[in-house]
Design a protein around this ligand. Structure first.
Ligand code: ASP
Length: 352
């Protein structure tokens, strides 16, 4: 009998560790957003919808492949966001919008929920995939945020892919910039107000009056890996016709991006100024940490307090440590989706 006991114990241990590993693999989850805004069945065509759906699915599958292969949440977030950055459909990397000066200034950030480390770049103009530069800042420097020429140089020194700024020029974004400039001119003429340029809207005007198209095409991803680690990342070209040098929330850790293994991973999109003032991504985590709020409740409360109550617009995708995905936004729609262990992408666009 004595000989059997250790054997039985060993096999019970083996079985339980097998069950644990199995349970972990089942937990892998990735969720994304591709921007929020005036996105409704009347504002986009069936063809546009199909293109967005296909792109979102492709990005979700790329991240899922990493997680299913045992990759980390950070690896999955980077792989997913790179797909978006290479796709001209989204306002990140290749599809980035223009500043009022007709340039593309890109921002990105990433945070590792396991280590609490984070990295970000702002106002970069030559890095093909800004999310890879954000990761390099996190892993290869002592810093959290690098901006402008210094960040571009750092990325080159890290042997990341560098492109001519012209790479980011796409005709549809250029047209958007022209419209934004025209619209501003027309509005002001019509209103009979003294001419002010779009680069410095009258401070009394609501921010939204200055926005073009009311769509935020920023991209973000949040992931939970097989080891229970969370990560979040965000990448953007910012706002069309933004004042050159303006930086939004996307590269600001705690505003546009946040991840903590104890609570949640969050990536945001919307009018960055509101997200920075409301410290949106961190606020969601804080509600969960300090008052034990569920991710659903925390996101709803934060959106209300930091955006809706203050006329700010946008949304977030949040993923808690248990793999629960919550999309929260106060706009008509948000390109969004998730993929879990079964590998079947879920893609949503409209509010209903
Ligand atoms: N949050 C971004 C910014 O303010 C814009 C966006 O989400 O599209 O730069």
């Amino acid at each position: 009998m004595h000989f059997f006991k250790p054997l039985a114990l060993a096999s019970a241990l083996l079985l339980s560790s097998h069950v644990a590993a199995q349970a972990d693999r089942n937990r892998i989850t990735l969720a994304v957003h591709g921007g929020s805004g005036t996105i409704s069945r009347t504002t986009i065509t069936a063809e546009q919808e199909a293109r967005y759906r296909a792109s979102l699915e492709q990005a979700l599958r790329a991240g899922h492949a990493v997680l299913a292969g045992g990759g980390s949440a950070v690896d999955a977030v980077v792989a997913t966001i790179k797909i978006f950055e290479d796709d001209p459909l989204f306002n990140a990397g290749k599809g980035a919008v223009f500043t009022n000066e007709g340039k593309n200034e890109l921002d990105a950030s990433i945070m590792d929920g396991k280590t609490g480390l984070a990295g970000a770049v702002a106002g970069v103009t030559t890095i093909k995939n800004p999310i890879t530069a954000a990761r390099a800042v996190m892993e290869k420097s002592r810093h959290v945020l690098m901006a402008g020429v210094g960040a571009d140089k750092f990325a080159a020194a890290q042997k990341l892919e560098i492109v001519d700024p012209a790479y980011f020029h796409t005709p549809h974004r250029w047209e958007q910039l022209q419209k934004a400039k025209e619209r501003d001119q027309i509005q002001l003429d019509h209103d009979g107000k003294p001419k002010t340029s779009a680069v410095s809207p009258a401070l009394s005007e609501p921010f939204e009056a200055w926005m073009v198209d009311h769509k935020f095409g920023t991209v973000g991803a949040v992931a939970l890996d097989a080891n229970g680690n969370l990560a979040a990342g965000t990448s953007t070209g910012g706002l069309t016709n933004k004042l050159f040098g303006r930086v939004g929330d996307s590269p600001i850790i705690c505003a546009g991006t946040y991840a903590d293994n104890q609570t949640v991973a969050v990536s945001a999109t919307g009018t960055g100024e509101f997200f920075m003032r409301g410290v949106v991504a961190y606020d969601i985590s804080a509600r969960m940490r300090y008052s034990n709020a569920s991710v659903n409740h925390a996101v709803d409360q934060t959106i209300k307090a930091t955006l809706s109550d203050k006329n700010g617009r946008g949304g977030v995708v949040a993923l808690d440590k248990n793999g629960i995905v919550k999309y929260g936004f106060n706009t008509e729609g948000m390109y969004r989706g998730a993929i879990r262990a079964d590998g079947k992408p879920e893609v949503l666009i409209y509010k209903d």
